[in-house]
Write a protein that binds this ligand. Structure first.
Ligand code: SF4
Ligand code: SF4
Length: 958
């Protein structure tokens, strides 16, 4: 066999085990042999890491005086390689025997799990050797069980450094090194700390890399991990963030449970996972799953919040001593809430839903009905949900949590370039020489995407990180700008001012592909660095440095998160980023472009499907008569709503005023996720009828008339579209518990009860309809999505992964040009004053998701991040008299919460950060419901608060 190298690359030809091979110059013998189908055993090597050649298992005979390590030795012209001569094999057997002699006996060590992945034991088998020697642990290297889900057995470690390279080179976490000397040498976490107390983020990459079982997964929820050969492998996609990592669940069918998960190769995740994907799947097996339809008892009216916390005691009045009853895991107290409901059959519950929604619609018209779908549900479910609301109730009052995340980014992108989707993938960062990451904490919120950023920097990309918090990304940045919260427009206007002053714009691009440049230039001329410095708190030279780096970049890309979008100036912030790219010609070529990092796993897909009040599927304007006529034809439904519907925040406001009276909530929990909880509480109480379809009893479900038990992500087939526009297949892993049902089937049953006559028989069939009505998804099918999914648009999915870089020739606007929109800096709506002197920023933690209903029921995630904390700058904490762990009382004009203090050098002075996952200290009790006028997104990232010590409560008391 001759392996042909691509033309124009310098090649070398050699013979490996009698096979003539031609490979590009620089190829290692190991890689050349692998390409020729010849297996050379390794222990320290993995093709994803730089080779180190320390274990010597891969030695081969190249006719020289000593054997060569195939993993590091490059091929040479005319080389003759023998990979498995009797002497080479004898060498390997001896090496294996020596390593085995020092291994602990597996059976004596119950913490060791056996997945059949132990490469050292596999070699022992290959060479016919006995098992591990089981020597006493004379080295004293010992074990480390301090991490909740990873066990470290130092005695089983052969110091191959695969874990070190996995942690450093792949995930960029830089946690593992070595400590000790000679025989006592062992891997070390940070400064030889216990793993559980180190900076380890429990991504599990080191476990996946370890060839000897020195690093292993501990069983989760007491389910022992059996050998992989005894488990079913189901290829799916992670259900948490918009990165959409490909993974495989290994399922113990006898126990009906997942045993472990591992990353799977896909262009956007390359087998990597974070702690949520790798260890956060056991929520589906929680005994708290809803398994039966529930109807509110007659005596439980009038409606209102049922559990103690939701009744308002989260905002403990001044003067109480801070002691609170601890809810199990900080979750809804089922014992308090469930007695207000009775079990019902599906027939009864669905009949009631259909009857009450129809009555409200008949009495109040389309404006009386609204629906919240979910970005956690599949494309098929999102599509059917919006179709039900639009065709069944003739209203566009349908929305989901995109309103709370990137609505302003999408508004600016549609206005500027005619498309709300990313213009390039996050993996394209590898082609950028400058990448700006702004208003985003990707190491927590998009961890695997952040590993691509960190890797790109190692390969020479300049990373500029701009954020009020010095999140971990700041540790990996070449330039870090810790600007004051809410000053982004001033900052970017000033950067553009400097880019223009230095003559670093792309004049040709501006002339050919943009409009309104003059107005933009006039506006940014008013933002010299000295002025912007006063607003942002940055030194003018830092702004100049950013401008020069950005202006001189041959390819520059901007990634942003909710620190940009969740402001009352969110659309203006995103307009600035669009202008930054456009005036420097940084759109439409590799390594350049605009990428709002999407939050939830399917927020891109749910928006694509039309789960938003202003657009039909594929972003067709809801108030365009031609579009409406098309969908009336496609859906065989005359009389669709001619005007745009209400957004999430507007629906809440309407419910308060008696406008919206009947709501269908599929997988959303606005009680905790929306701003100003007190207002949401009143709105939910005011509804005439609320049906909640969910997998757990959420805070919102306490206000429901009917609760429908839904299926978790793991219990159904469906497609999901990630932040890159990658459409992937999620496959059914487990059966739904009890009477819980697949969501799209429930939506269809309601549709048919109100006379819509649907007859979808599978998710696949719904996807076929989606593709038929959505030009963006043209050519995609369940059959061609395959294991890695496809990017859209995709002219040839059989042969192509899809379009990475969009807008190479023109934008999606009517005239094909980018419309530059100048923005003036405006301060946030609620500024600090003497009474409320601190600025509150809210967001997510690495370990938790949204309102915590899934992640707080995951053993690993809850164990690592069990409680709410307010993050304070050390100087602020000292001034307030608060030490780490002490209870603080945080108040805004809307409420008060009490939670533990986390002293953090990552916060700027005068700022504090509170994650919004925790109902027992619900951050959204404090947030303001002021919204961006264009995207209608609330200002989650800025409101004024007061912080005091909450004596005498101690950390852990709630
Ligand atoms: S779990 Fe991840 S962060 Fe922790 S040591 Fe292993 S590779 Fe590094
Ligand atoms: S990065 Fe996102 S998609 Fe990937 S494993 Fe983590 S949560 Fe899941």
């Amino acid at each position: 066999m001759v392996i042909q190298a691509p033309a124009k690359i310098r090649t070398v030809s050699l013979t490996i085990d009698g096979v003539q091979v031609t490979v590009p110059e620089g190829t290692t013998i190991w890689a050349a042999a692998r390409n020729a189908g010849i297996d050379i055993p390794v222990l320290c090597h993995d093709e994803r890491y730089d080779p180190v050649g320390v274990c010597r298992m891969c030695v081969v005979d190249v006719g020289a005086r000593v054997y060569a390590a195939a993993c590091v030795r490059p091929c040479e012209d005319g080389m003759v390689v023998t990979t498995a001569s009797p002497d080479v094999e004898r060498n390997r057997a001896t090496l294996t025997e020596l390593l085995l002699a020092d291994q602990p006996a597996r059976e004596r060590d119950p913490k060791q799990t056996t997945t059949g992945d132990n490469e050292l034991l596999a070699l022992a088998e290959r060479f016919g050797l006995a098992g591990p020697g089981g020597l006493p642990t004379a080295s004293g290297r010992g074990a480390d069980l301090s991490n909740p889900v990873i066990a470290v057995d130092h005695d089983a470690c052969i110091l191959c450094d695969r874990c070190v390279r996995a942690c450093d080179d792949i995930q960029g976490n830089d946690v593992i090194g070595r400590s000790g000397k000679g025989y006592a040498t062992r891997i070390a976490f940070d400064l030889n700390d216990p793993m559980g107390a180190s900076s380890c983020v429990t991504c599990g990459e080191c476990v996946a890399a370890c060839p000897t079982g020195a690093l292993t997964n501990k069983p989760i929820a007491g389910i022992p991990i059996r050998p992989r050969s005894e488990l079913d492998a189901v290829d799916s996609v992670c259900p948490y963030c918009g990165v959409g990592c490909a993974l495989t669940y290994h399922v113990d069918r006898e126990r009906g449970a997942i045993a472990f998960a591992e990353g799977r190769d896909q262009p956007g995740s390359k087998s990597r996972l974070c702690v949520k994907g790798r260890y956060g799947w056991d929520y589906a097996a929680s005994p708290q799953r809803l398994t039966t339809p529930l109807i509110r008892r007659d005596e439980a009216y009038p409606k209102g919040p049922l559990s103690t916390d939701v009744r308002g005691e989260m905002s403990r009045p001044e003067g109480q001593n801070g002691k609170r009853r601890r809810k199990p895991g900080g979750l809804v107290d089922y014992g308090e809430v469930l007695p207000h409901f009775r079990e019902a059959t599906w027939e009864e519950a669905l009949d009631l839903v259909a009857r009450r929604m129809t009555e409200i619609y008949a009495g109040g018209g389309p404006g009386a009905i609204a629906g919240f779908g979910s970005a956690k549900c599949s494309n098929e479910e999102a599509y059917l949900f919006q179709k039900l609301i639009r065709t069944g109730f003739h209203t566009n009052n349908v929305d989901h949590c995109t309103r709370l995340c990137h609505a302003s980014s999408v508004a600016a992108l549609f206005e500027g370039i005619g498309s709300g989707a990313v213009s390039t993938t996050y993996g394209d960062v590898v082609n950028a020489d400058v990448a700006i990451v702004t208003g985003s904490n990707p190491t927590a919120n998009h961890p695997v995407a952040s590993s691509f950023f960190k890797q790109a920097r190692r390969n020479g990309t300049t990373i500029i990180y701009i954020d009020p918090r010095a999140d971990k990304m700041a540790d990996h940045a070449d330039i870090f700008c810790q600007l004051k919260p809410g000053t982004d427009v001033a900052f970017y206007n000033s950067v553009m001012h400097e880019v223009i002053r230095l003559g670093l714009t792309d004049r040709d691009f501006i002339a050919r592909r943009t409009t309104n440049y003059e107005a933009l230039a006039e506006t940014v001329a008013e933002y010299p660095p000295e002025r912007a410095a006063q607003i942002t708190g940055l030194h003018p030279d830092v702004i100049r440095r950013v401008a020069r780096a950005w202006g001189e970049a041959k390819a520059g890309v901007i990634f942003w998160g909710m620190g940009i979008s969740q402001h009352t100036t969110g659309t203006d912030n995103a307009r600035c980023l669009i202008a930054m790219c456009a005036i420097t010609g940084n759109v439409g070529k590799p390594g350049s472009g605009l990428h709002p990092l999407r939050g939830q796993n399917n927020v891109q897909g749910a928006s694509d499907m039309g789960l938003i009040p202003m657009f039909y599927p594929d972003y067709k304007n809801a108030d365009d008569p031609d579009v409406r006529a098309r969908f009336e034809g496609l859906w065989d439904t005359p009389g669709l709503d001619p005007k745009r519907g209400l957004t999430v925040t507007e629906i809440i406001g309407s419910a308060l005023k008696g406008g919206v009276r009947g709501m269908y909530m599929m997988g959303e929990n606005p009680f905790l996720s929306d701003p100003n909880i007190n207002k949401v509480r009143k709105a939910l109480s005011a509804l005439d009828f609320l049906v909640v379809q969910d997998i757990f009893l959420t805070e919102t479900a306490e206000f429901a008339d009917v609760i429908l038990p839904a299926s978790s992500y793991l219990e159904k087939d469906g497609t999901y579209t990630n932040t890159d526009r990658r459409v992937q297949l999620g496959r059914k892993v487990l059966d739904p518990p009890g009477q819980a049902r697949v969501d799209w089937e429930v939506v269809q049953d309601i549709a048919n009860r109100i006379g819509l006559g649907w007859s979808y028989s599978s998710a696949r069939e719904i996807f076929e309809e989606i593709v038929s009505v959505m030009p963006s998804y043209t050519n995609l099918s369940y059959d061609n999505l395959g294991l890695t999914g496809k990017l859209y648009p995709n002219p040839d999915p059989e042969h192509s992964d899809g379009t990475v870089v969009m807008f190479g020739d023109k934008f999606n606007t009517d005239d094909g040009l980018a419309h530059l929109v100048p923005a003036e800096w405006l301060p946030a709506k609620e500024l600090p004053n003497d009474e409320y002197p601190y600025i509150l920023n809210t967001g997510r933690l690495l370990q938790h998701w949204h309102t915590g209903s899934m992640t707080r029921r995951s053993y690993a995630l809850d164990a690592i991040a069990p409680r709410p904390e307010v993050y304070l700058n050390p100087d602020d904490a000292a001034e307030l008299g608060l030490a780490d762990g002490e209870m603080a009382r945080v108040s805004s004009r809307r409420g008060t919460i009490v939670l533990a203090t986390r002293v953090s050098h990552r916060e700027g002075r005068g700022n504090c950060f509170i994650p919004f996952h925790f109902r027992e200290a619900a951050a959204n009790l404090l947030t303001i419901d002021e919204i961006d006028p264009f995207g209608k997104i609330p200002e989650f990232k800025f409101c004024a608060v007061r912080i005091e010590a909450a004596e005498p409560a101690k950390a852990g008391d709630r």
